[in-house]
Ligand binder design. Structure first.
Ligand code: ADP
Length: 324
């Protein structure tokens, strides 16, 4: 294992939940990299589990739309005992939240289509490999000057199989969290990531978060307000799957709750605020924001959406104008 002194520190870029991220350059090759320092001191139980998971999963994944973990290095005290551990990543200049929030940056239809396609390819690859990310959001999508989008921050990711039935539902940042998790489901699937993808793609059009809840019940209200209430006709196993659903059922003293059913697609999203939105784009987003995870589109299905075959056709990253 190489030592961190193989790199020259340049500046800090981000503060993560379990460490800080710095830009370094490789002293031999001059390559610019991002080093994430794992904060072991703040951890009572030694090396943080999230970091171990992130390293294990990233070592197994190899895809152009997933941030590459190049190596792991340590720093040493005067002795030989490792003091700090750093994950060395390829460096990407932007994150999607920064791009969305910088009004001077003109995001056009071809950016949105290409980044959506790249995101879906990365998600399809991880789901084929039975990994669920569990924290997809605009700020965890990194973009480089070549227009390539890569999924980052794998601290909440885990391997998944359909038999798992006691998974924690306290995952996924609130605005991107699907209804099954908000309703207490512990036997969920890779489809939780697809709800987040639907929110992220809508956010690129809207240039702000789609469902910006303040707490879990507010988030559900926003979902029900926009997408309608789930029904047992649409989601037959909602009772067994979601322990908290009983609190929202009309038969449980909630008769007075205004029941809103799923509206027609085009009335649901605030399309006036989305200059590049087309009926096919809307149709794809709509199929990801489906309450019942079994009916929600997978990444493989979304990649065949008509929108990607409409003119302008989806462009490779190399053809995007990144002169912001
Ligand atoms: P945490 O898991 O601790 O939240 P992240 O992996 O999300 O940490 O990293 C925190 C921040 O550091 C990110 O939001 C991003 O701004 C920056 N960052 C992380 N990885 C890279 C990278 N490979 N290139 C450039 N910036 C990065």
């Amino acid at each position: 294992m190489r030592d961190v002194t193989a790199f020259q520190q340049r500046h800090q870029v981000g503060e993560g939940t379990y460490g800080s991220v710095f830009v370094y350059s490789d002293k031999v090759t001059g390559e610019i990299v991002a080093l994430k320092r794992i904060n072991t001191k703040a951890e009572e139980n030694g090396f943080p589990l999230t970091a171990i998971r992130e390293m294990k999963i990233l070592k197994a994944l190899n895809h152009e739309n997933i941030v590459r973990l190049k190596e792991v290095v340590t720093s040493k005290d005067s002795g030989d005992i490792p003091k700090d551990v750093f994950m060395v990543f390829e460096y990407l200049e932007y994150d999607l939240t920064g791009i969305i929030q910088t009004k001077e940056i003109k995001i056009r239809a071809d950016h949105i289509k290409s980044w959506s396609h790249q995101l879906l390819k990365g998600v399809q690859y991880m789901h084929i490999n039975k990994i669920v990310h569990r924290d997809l959001k605009a700020s965890n999508l990194l973009i480089n000057r070549r227009g390539e989008l890569k999924i980052a921050d794998w601290g909440l990711a885990r391997s998944w199989n359909p038999e798992m039935n006691r998974l924690t539902n306290r995952v996924v940042t609130l605005w991107y969290r699907p209804p099954e998790l908000l309703l207490g489901c512990m036997k969920y699937s890779t489809k939780i990531d697809m709800w987040s993808v639907g929110c992220i793609i809508a956010e690129m059009f809207l240039r702000e978060g789609l469902l910006k809840g303040n707490n879990e019940s507010h988030q559900l209200d926003l979902i029900f307000g926009m997408m309608g209430h789930p029904s047992t006709a649409d989601w037959p196993n909602i009772h067994t799957m979601c322990p908290l659903w009983k609190n929202y059922e009309p038969s449980n003293g909630n008769e007075s709750l205004p029941r809103k059913l799923r509206d027609e697609v085009k009335t649901r999203l605030p399309t006036v605020a989305m200059p590049w939105m087309t009926p096919h784009a809307l149709d794809m987003i709509d199929n990801m924001l489906v309450h019942n995870p079994d009916k929600r589109w997978s990444a493989a299905q979304a990649l065949t959406a008509e929108w990607f075959f409409d003119i302008p056709m989806v462009k490779p990253a190399s053809q995007l104008n990144m002169q912001f």
